[in-house]
Write a protein of this length. Sequence first.
Length: 428
Amino acid sequence: ARGAAAAVFRLIDEGNDTSINEKEIFKEDTEAIYNINGDIEFGNVNFIYPSRKDAPVLCNLSLIARAGEITALVGSSGCGKSTCISLFLRYYEPSSGRIMIDGRSITDYNIKQFREKVGVVSQEPILFGMSIYENIRLGKVNATRTEIEQAAQEANAHHFIMQLPDKYETLVGECGIQLSGGEKQRIALARALVKQPTFLLLDEATSALDNVSEKLVQEALDRACKGRTTIVIAHRLTTIQNAHQIYVLNNGTVIEQGTHETLMTKDGGKYQSMVKRQQMEKIDDDEDGMMNMQKATEEDENPEWITILIGCIACALSGAAQPMFALLLAKIIDAFKYCSTSERNRQVLITSFHFILLGALLLVFRFFQYTAFAISGSKLTQRIRAKAFACLLRQEVAYFDQPENSSGAICTRLSTDASAVQEMTGTR
C-alpha cells in the first residue's frame, strides 16, 4: 500500500500544469455566453506534446469548419487528427496560433459553458456499470425522461433498448460488457446528443465496428450531423464521402482539401491513393473470405475420409482373420490322416507357422483399425466442441443469465456431450 501511495503523493506534490487555467474553470463571475456558434477556425496552429518536445505534432495547421456543415479530417496514423480534437476541447493549449469560433478565440469562453456545447463520440465508447438511462443522463445531469428517450431515438438506439428486459433500466455491466459494440456506440452517441450540442466531434466512431453495426451507427451519425457543426475523423473513407469539406493531413499540416469529388480528380493525390488502397484491401478481404469459406466448406463436406477408409480396410482384414483361423485349424486336423510321422509333423509345423503369421498380421490390422478410428473420433469430438462453442457465443445475453447455463454447466456440457458422440462413432 505504501508503494502505491508513493506514486499518488508524488503526483499531488507536482506543480500545476501551466496549460490549465483553474481560475477560469472555477470563476463564477465570468461573462455568460450561451450562444456559442459559428465557424471553427484553426489559424497557424503549432503544437508539441509536453512529454515529446522533440516531435512536433502540428505545424502551422490552418483549416475552417463551416457552421452547420460536416468537415472531415483524414490522414495516416500520427498525422495530428485526434490532436485537433484535443486542442478544440482545450485538453491542451496550442504552442502557437489560435483556435477561434466565429472569429473569437475559444479561450474567451468559460470552459464549462463551452464544453456543454460540444458533443464527442470516440472510437472506444466508455460506459459505466449502471443502467442505460443513467449512462445517457451523464451527458446532461438535469435531463428529463423525455429528453433522454428523444436522444436515444436520434441515436438509433431506442428500438433495441425497448427490446431489452428492463428497457432503459437495463444494467450495461462493467464497461458495457452486456452490450455489443454497435449498441455501446449508439448509447454513447445518445449521451452526446442529450444536451443538444452545437458542435459534434466524431473521432473514428465506426472504425472498430463490423459492417452491420457500422451501418446502423452511421445512419444515426448522419441524422445527428444535420444542422450541427461537425468535425469527423475517419479511417474508413467511405463514411465521409458526403462531407462538405475534407482536409488531408500529413505530418501535422494540410496537404489537400476539397470535397470527395474534387479530391478524387487529383491524379496522384494523397486522398485518391488512400481511397484506392482501401478499395483494393476490401477486394482482397472479400476474395480471402470467399476462399476461406470455400475451403471450410470442402473440409466440412470431406471430413477425415482417408483415415476412416484406412480404418474400414483394416477392420475388414481383421474380420477375415476368423475364417482364416478356422481354415488353418482344419488343416492341422487334416494332417493327422498321414500315416508317416515325419509327414504329419511337417504339415503341423507349416500350419503352426501360418498361425504365427496370421497373428502378426492381425496385430498390424488391429493397430491400424483402432488408431484410425481413434484419430477420426477425436477429430469429430474437436469439431463438435468447436461448433457447439461457436453456437454458445451467438446466444443472447439472457441465455447466460439462466442458472442452468452457468459457466461451469457449459464447460461440463462441452466436455461430456462431444465425448458421448465419440463413443458412438469411434473407439471408447
